[in-house]
Design a protein around this ligand. Structure first.
Ligand code: ZN
Length: 249
């Protein structure tokens, strides 16, 4: 069965009107991210997009139950995401759903809840970023150069207030000398989390081949690897030999 991927985009109207984003992403960033995943993974994935403005942000119980990997890009409207939806996403990650948090999603409700820390960082406008692959051999870096450049990007720098990552995949440095842990993984319950910082809306980051490759690899790596009590609500509990009432039989 194809991997079921849901791409969430903030897609705020005011945000689009105030930024050059329309020229770079005429259909919205979420559609560019989704197109990149389809291009990388082909028939191995079924990708749908949802936006903040949809009822329940498009993340209904049904959609979440049918999502193996969720990707999240948000910036200006983290506080408009309903807590009830965030709690459901959190439960799904603990139950096995993978989540890819991109760029300013470091401040999203779901990422902060998964991390348990402030997730604050240092930032400033335009710079060039050099991304260093510090995990050769990891599935996320398969076919990714050991080092590559993003000609123009917002600077995100340390200190990044996150729990120590389970795996550090990328480190970035900037023309100003700053460094940043730009690709990090964690496990939360049965689920996997990957944070990847490139993706400022004013730069064509999600059109860049290396970035598309990394996101495709990440989606594949984030796929659930085993059933869990909450992975498919209702189903695993019904299976003898698996979990029942929280106990392994
Ligand atoms: Zn940004």
């Amino acid at each position: 069965m194809a991997l079921r991927v849901t791409v969430y985009g903030e897609n705020s109207h005011e945000f689009q009107e105030n930024h050059p984003i329309k020229g770079i992403y005429p259909d919205g960033m979420h559609e560019a991210i989704a197109a990149g995943i389809r291009e990388q993974l082909g028939d191995a994935v079924e990708v749908r997009t949802v936006v903040l403005q949809d009822p329940e942000h498009g993340l209904t119980d049904e959609v979440l139950a049918q999502t193996d990997v969720l990707t999240w890009w948000g910036h200006m409207a983290h506080d408009k995401v309903e807590d009830a939806v965030v709690n459901k996403i959190h439960a799904r990650v603990l139950g096995g759903m993978g989540i890819l948090c991109l760029h300013s999603a470091h401040y999203s409700k779901i990422f902060r809840k998964l991390m348990g820390t402030s997730c604050s960082l240092c930032w400033r406008d335009g710079d060039s970023e050099t991304v260093w692959n510090v995990a050769p051999g990891h599935p996320i870096t398969e076919g990714v150069p050991m080092v590559f450049s993003i000609p123009e990007h917002e600077m995100y720098g340390e200190y990044f207030d996150i729990p120590a990552p389970d795996e550090l995949i990328f480190i970035s440095n900037f023309a100003g000398g700053e460094v940043f842990r730009s690709g990090c993984t964690w496990r939360r319950g049965y689920g996997k989390v990957f944070y990847f910082s490139p993706g400022h809306e004013s730069n064509p980051i999600y059109h860049q081949p290396e970035i598309k490759k990394i996101i495709g690899n990440a989606v594949k790596w984030l796929a659930p690897t085993m059933p869990s009590p909450t992975y498919a609500p209702g189903a695993p509990n019904a299976k003898p030999g698996w979990w029942k009432n929280g106990r392994h039989e």
